[in-house]
Ligand binder design. Structure first.
Ligand code: RB5
Length: 153
């Protein structure tokens, strides 16, 4: 499976389900395969469960990147970052999305559905997916975040 064919994994709790659906449809419209790991509907659920499912898809190579959404983005990004192979950035704009790919080789992006506008989230996600990791001086630092990490080729 070449990278472009590897899906983008999505996960959200009940507070993030609406924004997740919007992001999912935008990804599909742009030609990205998606792996939606839930939740569906607005019944109350626990965000760590969806963070774990998305992070497992990323670390097992079933997904190229992960996208997580909860009310603030805080809980679900904390949950994601408990996995040492995950570098999840909670972002509020496209600049942070660009810099976390370029400097941190972030593999998961998180949004707070109650805090971010839809267009800003869509723009940030587009930028996140199209920005390469810069390497160079960042390699040593990223390796300290994720001990098994090797620079992408
Ligand atoms: C759910 O009400 C809310 O606490 C959750 O979506 C998230 O904001 C937690 O960080």
């Amino acid at each position: 499976m070449t990278p472009a064919q590897t899906p983008i994994a999505l996960g959200a709790d009940h507070a993030g389900v609406g924004l997740k659906a919007t992001l999912r449809e935008a990804l599909r419209a742009a030609g990205h395969p998606v792996l939606d790991l839930g939740t569906e509907g607005e019944a109350s659920v626990d965000y760590p469960d969806f963070a774990r499912a998305v992070c497992a898809a990323v670390t097992e190579g079933r997904a190229r990147f992960g996208v997580l959404v909860c009310g603030t983005g805080i809980g679900i990004s904390i949950a994601a970052n408990r996995d040492p192979a995950i570098r999840c950035a909670l972002v509020h704009d496209a600049t942070a999305a660009r810099l976390t790919r370029a400097h941190n080789d972030a593999n998961v992006i998180a949004f707070g559905a109650r805090l971010i506008g839809t267009e800003v989230a869509l723009d940030a996600l587009r930028v996140f997916l199209s920005t390469p990791y810069e390497g160079g001086r960042h390699n040593r630092r990223v390796a300290k975040l994720s001990p098994d990490w090797t620079p992408p080729s």
